[in-house]
Write a new protein. Structure first.
Length: 642
């Protein structure tokens, strides 16, 4: 064990200077053709589309009939930007390795090519259907369950999604009447082919004459506790949408349907009625509800009720535009029989770029698993050269995280990240929404990797002396356990041998923050170098002998996979970001502390060379890029066309 002063930005374990680290420049990139940088920053240990554009995770589920997980995503095959959005689809036996599903087998293309992995696409039914057009412009996000329309687990997979027939749509634009409706699609062959429900859409209009900012992304689930609360005489399914009322505030409308008829949805009111652009507690700790909710979830874990939502428009200097939030609340019934959700704690589900977060009941393991979308952060530069955009996070397990013997500040007034429960002995237990990468998936990713482990009780773990591995691969996990620190402490990743570029990730106890500092992440100045900041307040734990409370240790668990970086802290904080180093040898890591800071480490681990989770795809799974004509894009009003 050692506590010693270290210098700011000391890069350790990076001694070898290689010649293959020639930097890409803006000029070089501008000369390059489509897909020429396809593998350069591409994640291989994460879920992502084979090529082209992807955004939200859709319809995650476990199918007990075939023993397979299904995961869909918002997909625009053969294009690098959003448009004509559909669902792409892959399956997995274990949430570790994935295979694209070939939805048009026998046409000579592999499952990863062009639009083979597209499961549910836009359709233009014209006069054969009433209404003739309801989903011809987009298949927006939604959820899925392994049941048929009468709620039986007969092998059918049922998707509930938002059908779109007018564009563009944005919370702060006038809402074109009829833009969004809600529809069902299903598969009776284990997900290979999907049919639209004949009487789509099943919900055509927003509830209660709301003048909506949006009305989309149905999240539905069976829910016995809710049945009891509402005294339902038969089992029901429940759904929430992301929505909002213009000039009033964001909303999460709740509906129920008898399990025996999943087309028969009844509106039960808004879960709660936040004021536009307001915050649960302080902005810095609980974020902004903004003006519109997108992808929203409502579920329980044990006896705790949670919502999560993508909140739009709550711009503040330290967090732009979109917030991924969660709230815990108590639930009760209103006089008119609807459910009243009363928030008691909340925070950001992810403090970085992860958005459109959704979750599902992994019934195989009885746990709630969450996925979110990590957009590229490329400032629209080098996108055609990369040939794809977007990935999903690692699967994250949500759980109720309780920490006993916490010493509370007596001055706290506003609601925050934790609620505090008084135990019989008078001590406080902090309770919050826990989040950690699913442990079995992490074990699967580590399987082929090389482990370097440092146990600081047995050796020197000093930022100036420990030799970490050099020249790491494209994909690694780095964990650092900090017993105590007097100031800024964390790690450096993606450092070039001469420190021309590097990224620092650190805890700053002076303002309870975790900072992802991208100031020097890339020499390519077309990429954004703004940093991400998240609120993390360590608990003060009562000393057994009644002495001064002790600050809990800080455990950082960091996954670097090409451009994609996920940071987890103490199983209750997550931050996702992107880095695009210009050099191929920018793969050094180090411990990082501000000058004059005393740090005591517990242990650290480096797992280098995480698994490629797409064994059936070639590393370069790019497809030809297509740019649409004005006729195909409503003269570029529906989407940009590239
Ligand atoms: C990229 O693909 C588009 C669409 O096919 C094409 O118009 C364009 O010329 C290509 N760009 C380069 C640099 O090859
Ligand atoms: C949109 O996607 C659907 C489904 O794949 C396809 O049939 C249609 O041609 C596409 N439309 C455009 C304008 O590309
Ligand atoms: C759908 O069909 C209608 C009527 O035939 C046509 O006007 C419209 O352009 C089609 N839309 C798309 C996106 O193909
Ligand atoms: C759903 O499955 C049950 C059990 O196999 C069957 O009786 C019922 O007809 C199915 N419902 C539909 C709409 O297919
Ligand atoms: C809906 O909200 C918009 C924006 O505030 C407003 O211009 C419009 O008049 C409202 N429509 C109705 C029907 O209230
Ligand atoms: C459900 O039943 C309980 C006990 O009879 C009653 O107190 C409660 O008000 C009922 N709830 C609703 C929503 O009807
Ligand atoms: C299911 O509900 C829909 C909508 O209320 C209704 O039209 C339909 O008849 C119901 N189906 C059955 C089998 O009861
Ligand atoms: C029940 O009352 C609540 C609170 O006034 C309201 O928001 C909700 O819309 C009502 N439910 C229905 C179905 O009208
Ligand atoms: C929303 O609130 C933030 C923080 O209070 C404020 O800076 C911003 O201007 C508000 N935005 C709007 C559109 O009112
Ligand atoms: C929020 O910030 C983004 C980026 O700075 C800007 O484009 C957008 O207009 C802002 N929105 C509001 C409502 O202030
Ligand atoms: C998952 O679903 C099963 C069966 O409906 C239920 O018993 C269990 O509580 C759920 N688990 C979670 C974590 O939601
Ligand atoms: C498309 O937009 C251009 C530029 O605004 C305009 O000149 C043209 O008439 C439009 N075409 C159609 C078919 O609307």
């Amino acid at each position: 064990m050692i506590a010693r002063k270290a210098t700011l930005g000391a890069v350790l374990g990076v001694t070898v200077s290689t010649v293959w680290g020639q930097a890409l420049t803006v000029d070089m990139i501008e000369q390059m053709g489509n897909n020429s940088l396809f593998t350069r920053w591409r994640p291989f240990s994460h879920f992502l589309a084979p090529s082209g554009w992807m955004n939200d995770p859709c319809g995650p589920l476990y199918d007990p009939v075939q023993g397979l997980y299904h995961l869909h995503y918002q997909f625009h095959p053969n294009h690098v930007n959003w448009g004509n959005i559909s669902w792409g689809h892959a399956t997995s036996p274990d949430l570790v390795t994935w295979a694209d599903v070939d939805h048009s087998p026998g046409n000579g293309l592999a499952a990863w090519q062009d639009q083979q992995a597209e499961s549910i696409g836009t359709t233009n039914l014209s006069s054969k259907h009433n209404p003739p057009l309801y989903n011809h412009l987009s298949i927006f996000s939604g959820s899925a369950q392994p049941v048929n329309i009468s709620g039986h687990a007969d092998g059918t997979l049922l998707a509930f999604y938002t059908s779109v027939s007018e564009l563009p749509t944005a919370w702060n634009d006038p809402y074109l009447p009829g833009t969004e409706s809600q529809s069902l699609a299903y598969s009776t062959d284990g997900g290979v082919t999907w049919q639209q429900y004949a009487n789509n859409p099943i919900l055509s209009d927003p509830p209660g004459n709301w003048n909506v900012t949006g009305w989309r992304d149905p999240f539905f689930l069976p829910w016995p506790q809710m049945d009891s609360l509402l005294n339902q005489s038969e089992p029901h399914y429940y759904t929430v949408f992301g929505s909002g009322i213009k000039d009033v505030g964001p909303r999460m409308p709740l509906y129920s349907a008898p399990a025996s008829n999943l087309t028969d949805w009844t509106f039960l009111g808004a879960l709660w009625e936040p004021v536009a652009n307001s915050s649960l507690g302080t902005l810095i700790e609980t974020g902004s509800y903004g003006f519109n909710f997108e992808l929203s979830n409502f579920f329980s874990i044990d006896d705790h009720y949670f919502v999560s939502m993508g909140a739009e428009g709550g711009n503040v200097t330290f967090h732009q535009q979109k917030w991924s939030l969660w709230n815990e609340g108590t639930v009760s019934t209103r006089a008119n029989g609807s459910i009243d959700f009363n928030p008691i704690s909340g925070g950001a589900s992810d403090w970085g770029i992860l958005y459109a977060i959704t979750s599902f009941n992994d019934t195989k393991n009885n746990r709630r698993i969450q996925y979110g979308w990590a957009w590229e952060d490329m400032n629209s530069f080098a996108i055609t050269q990369q040939g794809f955009q977007g990935a999903l996070s690692l699967p994250r397990e949500l759980f109720v995280k309780e920490t006993p013997h916490v010493v509370r500040s007596t001055t706290e007034k506003s609601l925050g990240n934790s609620q505090y429960i008084k135990s019989t002995d008078g001590s406080w237990t902090a309770s919050t929404l826990g989040v950690r990468p699913a442990h079995d998936v992490v074990e699967g990713l580590r399987k082929a990797s090389h482990l370097s482990r440092y146990q600081c009780k047995e050796m020197m773990c000093d930022a100036g002396q420990i030799v970490l591995p050099t020249n790491l691969s494209h994909s690694y996990e780095f964990t650092v356990n900090i017993k105590r620190t007097t100031g800024i402490t964390g790690v450096t990743i993606a450092a070039s041998p001469g420190r021309e570029e590097y990224t620092n990730i650190y805890f700053d106890p002076s303002n309870n923050s975790i900072v992802f500092d991208r100031t020097h992440s890339s020499l390519i100045d077309m990429f954004l170098n703004t940093s991400y900041v998240g609120y993390f307040e360590p608990y003060q734990i009562a000393a057994k002998d009644g002495g001064k409370p002790v600050t809990e240790p800080i455990k950082m668990d960091i996954f670097v996979d090409g451009s994609l970086v996920e940071v987890f802290v103490n199983d209750r904080f997550a931050l996702t970001s992107r880095i695009y180093p210009s050099r191929e040898d920018s793969n050094g890591i180090a411990l990082f502390t501000a000058s004059g800071v005393d740090v005591e480490y517990l242990d650290m681990e480096v797992w280098d060379g995480l698994l490629n989770v797409w064994p059936n795809r070639p590393l370069n799974s790019s497809s030809l890029l297509v740019f649409d004509t004005p006729a195909k894009t409503g003269n570029y009003t529906w989407w940009a066309g590239d």
